[in-house]
Design a protein around this ligand. Structure first.
Ligand SMILES: *[C@@H]1O[C@H](CO)[C@@H](O)[C@H](O)[C@H]1NC(C)=O
Ligand SMILES: *[C@@H]1O[C@H](CO)[C@@H](O)[C@H](O)[C@H]1NC(C)=O
Ligand SMILES: *[C@@H]1O[C@H](CO)[C@@H](O)[C@H](O)[C@H]1NC(C)=O
Length: 306
């Protein structure tokens, strides 16, 4: 529970106990009349600038919501590999965290050991189901970016599949080199699934490291990385201001876990990300302070910050 909630709850309990503590309640026969004048003459005009929106990174409003990133825990920095999982059993594949990333402020990469000499034809490796399954739409293009290195050059296949991995919606292969290399691949979905997953697989013995794996629709709101459908709903609210990014999320239960805007700008691969300890989930801060400013440009012509 957030510290600011506890403070509000504490204040309420204090006032309630004051009220209860009074032993004698004076009975009064005086009658009071409260008259409310609702005529428009007595009304005060409420400025339009009072109507705005309050955005908080809560219940995945940003990560897994407005922000169009489909991979959850894309930098493997969440303190767990979750929700990444292996494809293949323990006799042929293992994954583990390894502090070998090329990025200084987020050192964890995922190490994948493929142990089979001749592997199942469908490949062995890892998959990410995104936030409760990825919504992959038929005919749409998706931009996959990831960093990979290999002990010795190895063939890596990236695929979008249904929830079980049985149906392939899109696929492409690259050769992983011995140094860290950034790969950018466009995947066009040949089918649809709203519980899809991203797979990274090999089909023979290999040791591979992955880091900063991002999958996004090519088309996002004003090309700024926001989901088009949700961003359009915000625009239609015609907000006069936006409050961001919270809420208790701003300060955290402890300040270290608050939203330090300075850590949320710059190249997305190099952002450390942080654990929001009030709402209890990790964000990679892909939707950072910079992106907040970008979503504001089309939302408002002129707006006051709050
Ligand atoms: C990599 O693997 C894929 C899938 O098995 C295959 O289609 C492709 O030809 C391979 N590429 C190389 C360079 O071996
Ligand atoms: C990785 O190695 C290849 C071939 O040896 C080279 O062309 C490439 O520039 C290197 N990339 C980096 C990031 O060092
Ligand atoms: C951001 O600010 C915090 C608090 O001052 C500091 O600990 C952190 O190192 C800063 N990050 C960067 C990238 O400067």
């Amino acid at each position: 529970m957030g510290s600011c909630f506890l403070r509000i709850a504490g204040a309420l309990i204090f006032f309630c106990s004051l009220a209860l503590a009074r032993p004698y309640v004076q009975q009064s026969n005086d009658l009071s009349t409260l008259r409310v004048d609702t005529s428009s003459a007595s009304g005060r005009k409420i400025p339009q600038t009072f109507f705005g929106i309050f955005f908080e990174e809560i219940n995945h409003a940003g990560a897994g919501g407005l922000w169009a990133e489909l991979v959850s825990n894309r930098g493997f920095e969440a303190g767990t590999m979750d929700p990444w999982a292996v494809i293949g059993d323990a006799s042929i594949v293992t994954m583990s965290p390894d502090n070998i990333s090329p990025f200084e402020r987020n050192k964890v990469a995922l190490k994948l050991d493929v142990l089979c000499d001749v592997c199942p034809v469908s490949g062995v490796g890892i998959f990410n189901p995104g936030f409760w399954g990825m919504n992959i739409e038929q005919g749409k293009n998706y931009k996959l970016i990831f960093y990979v290195r290999a002990k010795s050059p190895a063939n890596v296949t990236a695929s979008l599949t249904d929830a079980t991995g049985a149906t392939i919606l899109a696929t492409a292969s690259i050769m992983a080199a011995e140094n860290w290399t950034r790969h950018k691949i466009k995947l066009q979905a040949g089918g649809a699934s709203d519980t899809a997953r991203l797979q990274l697989t090999a089909n023979s013995k290999a040791t591979l490291w992955f880091d900063q794996v991002s999958l996004m629709p090519v088309r996002t709101f004003k090309r700024h990385g926001f989901r088009k459908d949700l961003a359009k709903m915000l625009v239609s609210l015609k907000p006069a201001f936006i409050r961001f990014p919270g809420g208790c999320y701003v300060e955290g239960a402890i300040l270290k876990n608050g939203f330090w805007w300075n850590n949320t700008v710059g190249p997305w691969e190099e952002r450390p990300g942080h654990f929001g300890d009030v709402w209890n989930y990790w964000t990679d801060d892909g939707f950072g302070f910079l992106e907040f400013l970008l979503v504001n440009v089309p939302l408002f012509t002129s707006f006051p910050f709050q």
